[in-house]
Write a protein that binds this ligand. Structure first.
Ligand code: ZN
Length: 102
C-alpha cells in the first residue's frame, strides 16, 4: 500500500480540511514482568540465581510461533497538520502487508 507524504485531511483543531504530514507510527516494546529494578541488580543482590527463572527473573520459556491465518499487520498513521502543527492518529489501524510513504 502506498500513501503520499502529505494529504488533505480534516483537522479537528482548525475545523477544516488542511494539508497534513503523514508519519507511520512504530509499535513500542512490551515491558518485562520485572518492573522495579533490573535483572542485573537482582543477580548482584543474590536473587534470581539458581535453576530456572524462579518465576520472576531471567529468561522466559520460548513462545510458540504464531500460526495464524493472517499475514498482514495493523499499521497506525500519525497526521500532523501543517497549519497548527497539531497531530491526530488513526483510531483503527489499517491492515497491510507493507506500507510505503511516498
Ligand atoms: Zn490544524
Amino acid at each position: 500500500m502506498k500513501i503520499p507524504k502529505s494529504i488533505k485531511r480534516f483537522c479537528p483543531s482548525c475545523r477544516k480540511h488542511t494539508e497534513v504530514k503523514v508519519v507511520q507510527l512504530k509499535t513500542g516494546t512490551k515491558r518485562g514482568s520485572l518492573k522495579r529494578g533490573s535483572i542485573q541488580r537482582a543477580k548482584k543482590r543474590g536473587l534470581g540465581v539458581g535453576f530456572g527463572n524462579k518465576g520472576r527473573w531471567g529468561s522466559k520459556p520460548t513462545k510458540p510461533k504464531m500460526t495464524g491465518a493472517k499475514t498482514s499487520k495493523k499499521t497506525y498513521l500519525k497526521y500532523t497538520c501543517k497549519v497548527c502543527n497539531k497531530s491526530t492518529m488513526t483510531t483503527a489501524g489499517i491492515r497491510t502487508k507493507k506500507l510505503e510513504i511516498v
